[in-house]
Design a protein around this ligand. Structure first.
Ligand SMILES: [Fe+2]
Length: 156
């Protein structure tokens, strides 16, 4: 049965919010990664890669807010510190000086990780009848798979 936030049990809200918090964390870590690559990419494909990484961080910056505010709509605290996000995130920071091809591969893997996290979050929401969180997670998962495809296509 479909449930709105107020009708969900405390346990269901906590479990869904935990998955949302992981989604926020991974989206934020990937936002910074995309900005890092936007700044530091070099090579003959500088122009399009500089633009693609910008498109990714702009998309992800808006998405962090949507996911975080959905967490708050479930009346659960959002992890809002960088240290806390890094601790949660399965997407890890890349501290080295990557080549353009390495950046594409690293970002492709980050997008695939995010798609899997969002798909899992959506599935958990669906199991608990939380259609509205499920919808947001599906929409975000689709964006990450689209970016993964864009990136993968550069390496074909
Ligand atoms: Fe810029």
């Amino acid at each position: 049965m479909t449930q709105t936030a107020v009708a969900l049990s405390t346990d269901a809200r906590a479990a869904i919010a935990e998955a949302l918090n992981q989604s926020v964390a991974e989206t934020a870590v990937t936002t910074m990664m995309a900005q890092n690559f936007h700044w530091n990419v070099k090579g003959m494909a500088f122009g399009p890669l500089h633009d693609l990484f910008q498109k990714i961080y702009e998309d992800h910056f808006a998405a962090q807010d949507d996911l975080a505010e959905r967490t708050r709509a479930l009346d659960v605290h959002v992890e809002g510190t960088l240290a806390g996000m890094l601790a949660r995130s399965k997407v890890k920071e890349y501290a080295g000086h990557a080549t353009d091809k390495e950046m594409i591969k690293i970002m492709q893997e980050a997008q695939e990780t995010l798609a899997a996290t969002l798909a899992g979050c959506g599935e958990l929401a669906a199991e608990n009848g939380d259609t509205l969180t499920e919808d947001l997670c599906i929409a975000r998962g689709q964006e990450h798979e689209k970016f993964a495809w864009f990136l993968r296509s550069h390496l074909a």
